[in-house]
Write a protein that binds this ligand. Sequence first.
Ligand code: NG6
Ligand code: CA
Length: 508
Amino acid sequence: MKKKVINLLVMGCLLSGLSTGKLWAQNAPAKPNVILIYADDLGYGDLGSYGADKIHTPNLDRLAASGVRFTNAHSSSATCTPSRFALMTGVYPWRQSGTGVLPGDAKLIVPTDKPTLATVFKDAGYRTAVVGKWHLGLGTQVEKNWNDVVAPGPNQVGFDYSFIFPATADRVPTVFMENQRVVGLDPNDPIEVNYKTKIGNDPTGKENPELLKMPASPNHGHDNTIVNGIGRIGYMTGGHQARWVDEEVSTTFLDVAQGFIRDNKSNPFFLFFALTEPHVPRMPATYFKGKSDLGYRGDAILQLDWTVGEVMRELDYLGLTENTIIVFSSDNGPVLDDGYVDGAVTQRNGHNPAGPLRGGKYSIFEGGTRVPFIVSGKGIQQNAVSDALLGQIDLLASFSTMLGQKVPASAIDSEPLYEALQGNTSQGRAIMVEHAGTLAIVKGNWKYIAPSNGAAYSKLTDTEYGNNPEDQLYDLSADIGEKVNLAGKHPQLVKELKALLQAERDKQ
Ligand code: NG6
Ligand code: CA
């Protein structure tokens, strides 16, 4: 009799479990929190775990040791906006015009009617947020009212919450926006932005260089409106109380990010934490100034590393570390002089921001897109190194499969590689297209760069773009620095890769 009761009780529990969906939930995919930390212009050689010996990044090195460090992972492009477009949409940015580096007043370029990396999580019941650099445009057109909610923006492409700056740290408007409304705006001092002509009476770097605390490099164009003693690209007027202090940007983002994590500690969340370091203008918190002996660029990397450490500390404190995945990467490769005289060049001290790679930001050589890429946390191998070929563009499809969803049809260039991201296999992509001024295709150890009549070198930023009117073919397994062009030696291979690249271009 007793036994029966127990059985009935068990049956009852099972039934009630079924009716409330509890049993079903046991078989449903796990929902670890995901934090994507996205650095700005951090190079392959900028972290200790990637071979840097002139700069110390203990927190990121710890993250790498606790997870998988990828050695052949890429941003889609060698600049910011296109890389972020690919990350969000799963579509190569070169398929669509208007996806190049955007001015600060550009309209939103992410479609609002298609799945994004953020909607993938949102559809799975996650709370989603973006905190940090946006640079994907806002609103429907260039002309907009910055004194009201500016839409569409992040909140219309899958983020429940957003705390961003609109473009880059060197572009106006130099303000934070919370859910697309300028933070701290005095309605009596409305903001206007113009990228064509000077507006208002604010001093500019061109007319008032004596007001600058950090000089602009000649001919880069960072000599428009001065904010916080730094000349910017573009003109703005008004919003004086809302303008950020560069030294506080990073800690502001960190504080907001930690707040979001705390607020969502009891439910699954996805946080896109888009840091501004070490992009120009490099003006780290005073505490970090002079700490690296590599100028402000090095100091900004120390600040970045500290920030990542603070995120990890917050997760530990809240007991979330085990159930969270951290992905860390960078939107493109490194550059030293990108517009300001900040010591990056003069105090280089032998530091190689691209490590063994050729080129950097803006370049079709590996230095443009092969970036640090670390995955750590729930379900991820520990202390592993993977040479799987993959791209940030693959995160959308990979997380879709992790969440038990179908890969969205619109994400035509995103490959589901979750097993590779976990470090369970080194099988990544068979082929991948790289993008700067021209396109390249990688297959196995071979890389073919399509001919281009673009400039081969930029004196301004001291960058080898990698453009060449001839075919280029490199064997990355023997020549990671892309020094020996083997196109003449392997015409058949060139033909094959050219055709593969054409097929990728034609894909719809
Ligand atoms: C370039 C800027 C550079 C930087 C870059 C965008 C000039 C001469 N240089 O046009 O300073 O802002 O755009 O960087 O204007 S990115 O990382 O957001 O792509
Ligand atoms: Ca960038």
